[in-house]
Design a protein around this ligand. Structure first.
Ligand code: ADP
Length: 672
């Protein structure tokens, strides 16, 4: 059964003087609770009729109705059933109306006692959404649902409302007609003796509800303000990110804004990986002049328990009181005692800057006095940390891109260089060879001496071409990592001897400067690839001789450098290198006089090859010179093979026997 007429409409027809008013749902809840509390506070036995739009609304109040039913026998509760609400006569009468009934749009509460009457008869202004259609958004809007209707202490209006409702209940539940007639006779048929209303519990309850509402509002305002602040800060950082890709610029904005927003005594933002041992602080916000500044200070991270914990868990950590932290925290702050005291840290908040599981840095907030950190505040710092994570990754990607660009430019330079070299270096000897061979072929009567000159010129130039091609292939292999290293303990003096004899074989016709090797006795062996090492020594010796007059000298020395390396030096008294070229000489194709005006021969690839080999062997190579005509010194280091010798470990890529064979074959090659 579904009745389509409204109780409110009927009441307004009967009492034309009534003017309906608008109520929010929250107001109706407060009024209803106050009315019910008034019943509970008195010892009278009133008539109570309550109509809920849905079973679920009734459920929230069911316990109150049980308490009310203990006071008075005339309690009638109406609701549209959803799960288990049915017509029943238990502690009180329940009346289940059809969900399509007009009652499902209404909210009624009628209380008629011997001394006072009150009623609330309202109708919702808009239709409720269909069952199951509520979205979280609609639920959030629940408190702002609006009703229109009457709330009054007027006994006449209350009696009329009670009569309308009792008549309806009679239609839904004819079986309790007798009880309803009794209720009518007792509460509707006669006017209450007095209108002696005790407003106190009613007013008390209303005030409590108003207060609670106010608190809720305040909380909502606070959270809106926090969200607004968060949004503002994040926007600020985003716009800083848009203006600059430099993390320093972004950190500068973030540290000040965040420090001020969090009212922190100190705010630090720094970059750091989990493995970093320390960091120099370059971004700090300080709110008080009397607090020591950490700017420019080294901030140790290795023993920074909080940093370590944050790096490991990738979650924020807050310490309310650094002095009391030991008692209830899993993190022992004892190792930080000195920092805590020196930098006056009473409370600590540390938030990781993480991007896709990678720790990029940290935000630290310090308060001189102990204080708890609010959830909103923590949310704000974490939101900023997330933005900074993006900023850092953006900057990193940009730097990578720039790096890549530079590599591409270098590649392009190499390519052009290669074209120039090929154009000149290969074409020049090639045309010489061609001219020589053509002459030999076309002039059979050529003098034997001239014929000899032609032949040897062609051979020299062919050798020059072969070297260029060879060096270029070697360097390409080294640079692309396509080299197999035969690491073994190698005696440096043995390699120097090999390099020297190969130099003398190659340069037998040139007048060389005086070359001496002054090696310490019993030098520890190095762990290296012997053949490659001889190649480095040969190239450096070649250069030293090439750029030194025959009356000059070349000196080879070697000595241990620190604990784990051996340093080899090849010093000459030749033409020297300008200080600003000491690095450039290692570039591919670098030649002081330029590739196309070469007088000394060579490919310009020798030092580049040396650097690649030394790097591959785990050492470093560098040049020193006091300048033009001041001689040059080329140094390189190699790791000592001590450990492998002591433990009698054979070479990495083969047995000791194989290594000995290789040494022997090298010696033969150099001598032969
Ligand atoms: P190159 O085949 O031209 O010798 P390198 O790569 O070996 O190529 O050397 C590059 C350049 O570095 C040389 O052309 C020369 O200008 C300079 N250089 C190398 N070694 C010396 C040295 N011992 N003294 C002076 N200049 C040197």
């Amino acid at each position: 059964m579904s009745i389509q007429t409204s109780v409110l409409g009927e009441l307004l027809q009967r009492s034309t003087q009534l003017r309906p008013q608008l109520y929010f749902k929250s107001s109706l809840t407060a009024l209803s609770h106050a009315m019910e509390d008034q019943v509970l506070a008195s010892d009278a036995q009133p008539l109570i009729i309550a109509s809920f739009q849905k079973e679920r609304f009734y459920r929230q109040e069911a316990h109150r109705y049980e308490r009310i039913a203990a006071i008075t026998p005339h309690v009638y509760v109406l609701a549209a059933p959803e799960t288990s609400f049915t017509n029943a006569s238990r502690d009180y009468e329940t009346i289940a109306f059809d969900p399509t009934d007009q009652l499902s749009r209404e909210w009624h509460l009628v209380v008629i006692g011997p001394k006072y009457s009150t009623c609330l008869i309202c109708q919702e202004r808009q239709n409720l959404p269909a069952a199951g259609a509520e979205t979280p958004h609609l639920l959030a809007m629940d408190q702002t649902r609006r009703f229109e209707g009457i709330w009054t202490f007027d006994p006449e209006v209350s009696r009329q409302a009670a009569e309308i409702l009792l008549d309806r209940i009679g239609i839904y539940r004819p079986e309790i007609a007798a009880k309803l007639a009794e209720a009518k006779a007792q509460f509707v048929g006669q006017m209450p003796a007095t209108r002696d209303v005790d407003p106190d519990p009613f007013a008390q309850r209303l005030v409590t509800y108003l207060q609670a509402g106010q608190y809720k509002l305040q909380k909502a305002y606070r959270s809106i303000a926090a969200k607004e602040q968060q949004e503002r800060l994040v926007n600020l950082i985003t716009s800083a990110m848009r203006q600059s890709l430099d993390p320093n610029e972004i950190f500068k904005v973030a540290v000040n804004e965040l420090g001020a927003a969090m009212q922190a005594d100190r705010c630090l933002i720094y970059r750091g990986k989990a493995t970093d041992r320390e960091v120099t602080i370059s971004h700090e916000f300080l709110s008080r002049a009397n607090l020591p500044s950490l700017l420019g200070q080294i901030w140790p991270l290795a023993n920074h328990r909080l940093f370590q914990a944050v790096a490991q868990q990738q979650e924020s950590i807050s310490i309310v009181n650094t002095q009391a932290a030991n008692s209830n925290d899993s993190i022992d702050l004892a190792p930080l005692a000195e920092q805590i005291q020196r930098w006056q840290i009473g409370a600590w908040l540390i938030v990781p800057i993480v991007y896709q599981g990678r720790l990029l840095g940290v935000i630290e907030l310090h308060q001189a006095e102990p204080q708890s950190w609010s959830t909103d505040g923590l949310g704000l710092v974490e939101a900023v940390a997330a933005q900074l994570g993006v900023a850092l990754i953006q900057a990193e990607s940009y730097a990578n891109l720039e790096d890549l660009n530079q590599q591409l430019e270098a590649l392009e330079r190499t390519r052009s260089n290669l074209i120039a070299i090929t154009g000149h270096e290969l074409r020049t000897p090639l045309s010489t060879i061609q001219v020589c061979l053509e002459s030999l072929a076309s002039e059979p009567d050529m003098l034997p001496e001239l014929r000899q000159v032609m032949l040897s010129t062609a051979l020299t130039d062919a050798e020059r071409m072969r070297k260029l091609v060879q060096d270029f292939i070697t360097l390409s292999r080294l640079e692309s990592g396509r080299v197999e290293w035969h690491l073994e303990p190698v005696a440096i003096d043995e390699c120097v001897t090999l390099a020297l004899s190969s130099l003398r074989t190659r340069q037998s016709e040139t007048q060389l400067p005086q070359v001496t090797a002054e090696m310490m006795r019993e030098l520890p062996p190095v762990r290296a690839d012997g053949e490659r090492l001889v190649e480095v020594l040969s190239k450096l010796l070649d250069n030293a001789c090439k750029f030194t007059q025959p009356d000059g000298t070349v000196l080879i020395t070697a000595q241990p450098n620190g604990g784990k390396m051996l340093e080899v030096t090849i010093a000459d008294t030749g033409r020297g290198i300008e200080p600003n070229r000491l690095e450039t000489v290692f570039d591919r194709f670098y030649q002081e006089e330029g590739a196309l005006r070469r007088t000394t021969g060579g490919t310009g690839l020798g030092l580049a090859i040396c650097r690649q080999i030394v790097k591959g062997l785990g050492g470093q190579i560098w040049a020193e010179s006091a300048g033009r005509d001041q001689g040059s010194r080329f140094h390189f280091t190699l790791p000592l093979a001590q450990e492998s010798l002591e433990l009698n470990i054979p070479a990495l890529n083969g047995s000791a026997e194989k290594a000995a064979k290789r040494r022997a074959s090298r010696k033969r090659a150099a001598l032969g």
